[in-house]
Design a binder for this molecule. Structure first.
Ligand SMILES: N[C@@H](CCC(=O)N[C@@H](CS)C(=O)NCC(=O)O)C(=O)O
Length: 223
């Protein structure tokens, strides 16, 4: 049965689309219109009670949380490649993914809110400074890890890299210059530039501007 991913190209579902492209696994993407509240329909709430995207359905497995979905996909389809064979490597993939969701995302996602969703005059400058202060030690940590090995878990690309880069993308989208962390810059360029992700980003680009404009106008009209 084909895997289903609920979520548009302008949502965290792109992290899962990237993973599915890496794995060469067939999937069907189902877009939900957030402005029309399709993510709050009774049918959708049955599969994701939080009313959020992405959600994955793979046979009788229904999962939410983009980075958790990627761990599942790597474990199921990426053995020896995106999912290391050894317990220690697998544990470190989980560690970096939990770090991306619990430490990195709270520091970098609110920047997107300030830079993409708000008008320049309405930005909260104090918050932007606070977020930058919170981000610096996280980038130092990554730089340290990437000074020891080419990728986050040893010398091969894994789900750890995909999950962390999928969150770091928010820095890219919110004017945050990472030049002072050269190993991280090189790693990000190689990782984010992978063909599988470029395919997803290539599909996203033509629809993103119009979709974001609509979302931003809606969120501004809601105050
Ligand atoms: N931690 C969740 C966050 C999911 C999330 O916030 N998704 C957004 C779209 S990217 C959403 O569904 N927003 C609609 C809402 O919260 O009502 C994940 O990584 O999957």
């Amino acid at each position: 049965m084909t895997i289903k991913i609920y979520g548009s190209l302008v949502s965290r579902a792109t992290r899962n689309l990237w993973m599915l492209e890496e794995l060469g696994v067939d999937y069907e993407r189902i877009d939900l219109d957030w402005i029309k509240q399709e993510n709050r329909s009774p049918d959708y709430l049955k599969i994701n009670p939080a009313g959020q995207v992405p959600t994955l359905i793979d046979g009788d497995v229904t999962l939410s949380e983009s980075l958790g979905i990627n761990l599942y996909l790597a474990q199921k389809f990426g053995g020896g490649v995106l999912w290391p064979d050894d317990d220690a490597g697998q544990a470190r993939c989980i560690q970096w993914s939990v770090w991306a969701a619990g430490e990195l995302e709270p520091a970098v996602y609110p920047r997107v809110y300030e830079f993409v969703f708000k008008k320049a005059k309405d930005r909260d400058d104090a918050l932007i400074v606070k977020l930058a202060e919170r981000t610096l030690p996280l980038l130092d940590l990554m730089e340290g890890a990437l000074s020891a090995s080419a990728y986050l878990v040893g010398d091969a690309f894994s789900v750890a890299d995909l999950n962390v880069a999928g969150v770091m993308e928010y820095l890219d989208r919110s004017d945050f210059d990472i030049a002072q962390w050269p190993k991280t810059v090189a790693w990000y360029e190689t990782t984010y530039g992978r063909a599988a992700n470029q395919k997803v980003q290539g599909e996203r680009a033509p629809v993103a501007e119009a979709m974001l404009k609509r979302i931003v106008e809606h969120s501004r009209s809601e105050g």
